[in-house]
Design a protein around this ligand. Sequence first.
Ligand code: ZN
Ligand code: ZN
Length: 352
Amino acid sequence: MRSWQVFQASEVLREVEETTPRPVGGEVVVSVSHCGLCHSDITLWKGVFDMGDKKVSIDSIGMKHPLTLGHEILGTVAAIGPDVTDVKVGERRLVYPWLGCGECETCRAGRENLCMQGRPLGMRRPGGFGSHVVVPASRYLIDTGDLDPALAATYACSGLTAYSAIAKAMPARSDEAIVVVGAGGLGLSGIVILKALGHENIVVVDVSEEKLKTAMGAGAHKAVLSTGEDVTKKIVDAVGRPVRTIIDFVNNSETVAFSFPALARGGRIIMVGMFGGQFTIPTMRMAQGGLSLIGSITGSLQELRDLVDLARTGRLAAIPYEAVPKSEINDAMARLHKGAVKGRIVLQEDIA
Ligand SMILES: [Zn+2]
Ligand SMILES: [Zn+2]
């Protein structure tokens, strides 16, 4: 097999030839045909997380170079361990990458993505920047049927992240306003998922007129430009009343500062974005308003299965993506780093 690996933070990825692993026990080896590029790949490549109040290096949390990144993985089963009975060689599958220990309370409750000992593919285990990936058990594999494989690959992180955030906002009446902050890739995924679920009152907020236009094209019902003063008032005016649900796909100091005062009693902000920042919480208002601030990261295996089922109904609109040969990975990483990418980049083995 060959992999593109990070040997040192912020250095170009090096192509490495290794022996293709053989699956043991319940393992499955997947030959990677598609792998989406995620902003987290850029963060891991640079090797430092901005936590808002401090910076944390990946070395300090036990991640060792060389790293084979890539967690939006789709491919065909190349080999199965002797205990695997439910997939066959040659079958195409999407891979759930957010693997937990499988044994703790959190994992047993079906929230492996929140496991304290989590070992996600493309982070703490080799991921989709290799030609082959070892998946520890077949239950992490999802049949995507006739879905476009490049698009389906992106469901493993960007789609799932948006889906899980929306799941935390449910149940909600279809005509109740849901405010979506951020009309970038995640925000757009959020809008098309809300539409597919039959939601009819989506208010999108962004600093860019152009992104708001794209969001309206994707099915948002109202747009609020979040520049200048009084963004809170603009949001409340657009909704017609204080807001019960805000999903913040940016989640920096500014967006939370204008969202928080827009909440109705019983309101909640679902905090998803990783732009970093800080916010001082007025404790009395939290209690008196019965408010909730809910963090959301990636999603569960069941949520990914539910998202794929939703996509397979045909109701989920496609988000824009660009197919790039895997051999051009360094160029693709550099473009994503500079922000010069419209939609998602999906690395493909089968194009040159
Ligand atoms: Zn990701
Ligand atoms: Zn666990």
